[in-house]
Design a protein around this ligand. Structure first.
Ligand code: AMP
Length: 112
């Protein structure tokens, strides 16, 4: 069974997050400890798996969906340079075991 993480609690509305975008597939919110002027996290609202290491033939599309949502978000924001990162496993620096994509940019969001 998948362990309940802080990101489950954000999705369930139990704890607040600084949300910047949401649709039926994805939630994008600000990282609480930003490592760049823009540091966002993208999570799937539909499928929860702990990590990239847990992807299967059935769930592999989540990774592409998160990357594509990041690309669309960047376009809407007029951000043309950014980094996308998955931390995989404890030794890969992963702390929260709810699959998420980091979006980092030196460029600020439009409203900041
Ligand atoms: P990772 O190392 O890939 O597991 O990254 C987890 C990220 O989640 C870290 O960059 C944390 O700063 C971030 N984080 C942890 N708790 C929260 C929270 N409540 N709201 C937003 N970001 C968080």
């Amino acid at each position: 069974m998948t362990e309940t993480t802080i990101f489950h609690r954000i999705l369930d509305g139990e704890i607040p997050a600084d949300k910047v975008y949401e649709d039926e597939e994805v939630l994008i919110f600000k990282d609480i400890h930003p490592k760049a002027p823009t540091h966002l996290l993208l999570i799937s609202k539909q499928e929860c798996i702990p990590s990239i290491a847990d992807l299967t033939e059935e769930t592999k599309d989540i990774a592409g969906m998160l990357i594509y949502k990041a690309k669309e978000f960047a376009e809407r924001e007029g951000i043309d340079g950014y980094q996308l990162k998955f931390h995989v496993g404890k030794s890969g620096g992963q702390e929260v075991f709810y699959l998420h994509l980091h979006f980092l940019s030196q460029q600020a969001l439009r409203d900041e």
